[in-house]
Design a protein. Structure first.
Length: 148
């Protein structure tokens, strides 16, 4: 729980929240219920509590590693690839948290990855799309391409 910087009590309500510019953190405006003061926090997103429901229906704990390796595989050999992929995973994780769920489907995660990649790296987007959605032909590919 977050403590109020003025009175050190941990009773507070979130008045407002949004992602930071690069979406790697969540900005929250909090109101202390004890002393009535407002303060701001920046929280690094960590969806470790999440469960992922696989296509088979099997449930498993969310793994950053899985998301990372999926994007890493699709990404071309950039200089500084690890750092760039990590940054993309940060954005993806904050968007997963924005769903406000305790369980997410793998398809929801790959949809978020695709939406994130489309505006950041179109080549990686295309490769990820082909690996994950396996379009059956050109028409199918175009339909999927437009979806994200
Ligand atoms: Zn307070």
């Amino acid at each position: 729980m977050i403590k109020c910087p003025y009175c050190r009590k941990d009773f507070n309500d979130v008045k407002n929240s949004r992602s930071t510019f690069d979406s790697s953190q969540i900005w929250r405006r909090r109101l202390c219920r004890k002393c009535g003061k407002t303060f701001t926090t920046y929280e690094k997103v960590r969806p470790d509590f999440l469960f992922v429901i696989k296509k088979s229906g099997k449930k498993e704990r969310y793994s950053r590693e899985n998301v990372y390796s999926g994007i890493y595989r699709a990404a071309l050999s950039w200089k500084d690839k690890e750092r760039i992929v990590n940054k993309i995973v940060d954005v993806v994780e904050s968007r997963i948290l924005d769903l406000g769920k305790k369980e997410v489907k793998t398809s929801e995660i790959s949809d978020i990855v695709l939406k994130t990649l489309k505006f950041r790296n179109i080549k990686t987007f295309v490769r990820f799309l082909v690996y994950n959605k396996q379009p059956k032909g050109e028409e199918d590919f175009i339909k999927l391409f437009r979806k994200y």
